[in-house]
Design a protein around this ligand. Sequence first.
Ligand code: MN
Length: 189
Amino acid sequence: MEPEAKRRVLCEHAYAMKKHHATRLHYDLRLEWNGVLLSWALPEGPSCCAGTIRKAIEMEDHSRANLLFEGVHETGPIMLWDRGTWEPQLESDDIRSALSRGVLRFTLRGEKLKGGWTLTRINSTGNAPRPIWTLCKQADSFAKSRADKCVLEERPNSVSTGKTMREIVRDWTSPKDRHERQTRLFDKT
Ligand code: MN
């Protein structure tokens, strides 16, 4: 195996981007690492334009079991908007130290979001309820120009089911969906 391919296999972790209609619509970035999902809330979602900075609020780690969840949570409907894998870039190889330094450079291999991204912490934990980071697309072949249509508008629906948020809400209470959920739960036991 090529060294780059080998490294990718060793470093690859699960990734998901949720679309969450809580009090207000936002996106949730989930990066699997060390048995949990590192989590950031993106009030405006990600931008695929290199250099366009988007706010990313650090949230508590989430359980890995929730990675691919889509449905109606007590906080509002949640759509699995994108999924795939991520890996730290070479300079962020030591993820723990990258997180404590506050600069995580990583590559996404999602179905919608791809290529290099940078998370940068812009405040310390002392003066805000939660650490604030920025998420920025790196300039690479996957970066879009400002003239391109935004991926959030171009591909707004679920990556797993193709459903809109409205359809997720509608189907959550339908007998068919409920039956499927119960069957899945039953299969697990
Ligand atoms: Mn959320």
